[in-house]
Design a protein around this ligand. Structure first.
Ligand SMILES: [Zn+2]
Length: 260
């Protein structure tokens, strides 16, 4: 049995969990995953996240932010809605970033929304959860040019190249979030994941997406996090217990989570 793991990124407020929410949380608890960070993606997800984190204090932790693939014509209205809902207990601004994989129609709007939200985090002294897909160059350039001293955060669902990993790690207050993708047969991430210093690594499910092997293709859920954690531990050639302890300590520090 592993020690406690923290799922640093999970969308358990999604409708995929409507049918079996409490059973799903119970399975998570039984597999050692008792605390989770719930990343907001837009104004529709916020009320769901807020009510769940009020219902499960000390276990589920809310963030607020506009995800880059949800940046459309109305992004300014979205941002002002989210800004009006800043509240005590929010552990991060996220998920925010740039995604040029699905669509680049709103590229300039994505950049503007990203910049505004990075400034929020800096002003509030909160970490950021970064979603970056096919957009590392612009992300790194923006982070550097804004010069927001002390800004900290996580490159969530990191699946970049070895070179991109090296550059991400050059942002010294940032962690790297690894999920089930690392277990996929066709992923080269496993070859260099252990280059991440152990004090910069966090793990996540990104449920309901990206279930790790041997659950690949199914709905992902927090109870599957130990598969990813154990796989990553084997890449570092350390025990599952050590991996759990290190990544939980990192997630707790990054998001200022209470002990469990
Ligand atoms: Zn996400």
């Amino acid at each position: 049995m592993m020690t406690q793991l923290i799922d640093s990124h999970t969308h358990i407020y999604a409708e995929e969990f409507d049918e079996d929410f409490s059973a799903m949380l119970q399975r998570a608890e039984e597999s050692g995953v008792s605390q989770m960070v719930l990343p907001c993606v837009d104004s529709e997800s916020w009320p769901l996240i807020q009510s769940l984190s009020e219902a499960y204090p000390q276990r589920l932790f809310p963030t607020i932010g506009l995800h880059p693939t949800y940046v459309k014509e109305d992004y300014e209205a979205q941002l002002s809605y989210l800004e009006q809902h800043f509240s005590v207990g929010i552990v991060a601004i996220g998920e925010i970033g740039l995604d040029y994989y699905w669509d680049t129609t709103f590229r300039s709007e994505q950049l503007k929304a990203f910049e505004s939200q990075l400034r929020w985090a800096h002003q509030l002294g909160l970490p950021v959860i970064l979603h970056v897909r096919e957009a590392f160059r612009d992300t790194f350039d923006l982070l550097r040019s804004l010069q927001l001293p002390g800004l900290r955060g996580v490159f969530h669902s990191f699946t970049g190249s070895r070179e991109e990993l090296e550059e991400a790690l050059s942002f010294e207050h940032f962690y790297i979030g690894i999920n089930g993708v690392v277990t996929f047969k066709n992923s080269s991430l496993k070859e260099y994941v252990a280059d991440i210093p152990l004090d910069r690594l966090v793990v996540e499910t990104d449920a309901p997406y990206l279930a790790p092997v041997p659950k690949r293709g199914r709905r992902n859920e927090p109870a599957f996090l130990p598969y990813t954690a154990s796989f990553v531990a084997s890449c570092y050639q350390i025990s599952d217990e050590e991996l759990s302890a290190r990544t939980s300590k990192n997630a707790r520090r990054l998001f200022a989570l209470p002990p469990r």
